[in-house]
Design a protein around this ligand. Structure first.
Ligand code: AMP
Length: 194
């Protein structure tokens, strides 16, 4: 199986690139942000609870998102592999993901980490907010908080995968096609080793 953690700060282009990668490599896309927005749209208890955190740009508690991923892994038992987008966002989530994959006799292949300058992140998020209508993309103070939360709570996940020799930095500046090309080179290098 090819299991990729597509990593990076908010606005790095994870969702855009994940959509292209699942086509090329025949993988299942698991985005915790998308799943949470789906729960919110359905007005489920989980969605309404998560909204309190999402509206402020804070992280939803680990046990909630880990439980969601567990359900999705079970629902896609015959998948060729997964692209994890926006998950794991804490070291605790990374550890829990390893345990879930171990139960399925598989593991993370690599963490492809998109690197983008802060001003470019803000420009992309504000631009997306105008089109998507996402409240957390339209308010500069929420955007700033999401980037701060990323630096404080999520960036340490890089250490987790570095120790396992799975961390692969990828330049996330440039056009969508340029960045996609870089990601494919990184993934193909990994595939060749198998
Ligand atoms: P995203 O679509 O990945 O930008 O996520 C939007 C919001 O959903 C985040 O700001 C968090 O409030 C919440 N969220 C998404 N994924 C996670 C996660 N893995 N852990 C905690 N909160 C998350």
């Amino acid at each position: 199986m090819l299991n990729i953690v597509l990593f990076g700060p908010p606005g790095a282009g994870k969702g855009t690139q994940a959509a292209k990668l699942i086509e090329k490599y025949n993988l299942v896309h698991l985005s915790t942000g998308d799943i949470l927005r789906g729960e919110l749209a359905a007005k489920s208890t989980l969605g309404l609870e998560a909204k309190k955190y999402m509206d402020k740009g804070e992280l939803v508690p680990d046990d909630v998102v880990i439980g969601m991923i567990e359900v999705k892994l079970d629902q896609n038992a015959s998948a060729n592999g997964f692209i994890f987008d926006g998950f794991p966002r804490t070291k605790a989530q990374a550890g829990a993901l390893d345990k879930l994959l171990e139960k399925k006799k598989t593991a993370i292949s690599i963490m492809a980490a998109l690197e983008v300058e802060k001003q470019e992140l803000i420009n992309r998020l504000m631009g997306r907010g105008k089109v998507s209508g996402r409240a957390d993309d339209q308010d500069i103070s929420i955007i700033e908080n999401r980037i701060a939360v990323y630096n404080r709570e999520t960036a340490p996940v890089i250490d987790y995968y570095s120790v396992l020799k799975k961390f692969r930095p990828v330049n996330g500046m440039g056009s969508i096609e340029e960045i996609f090309g870089r990601l494919c080179i990184t993934i193909d290098q990994e595939n060749k080793k198998k």
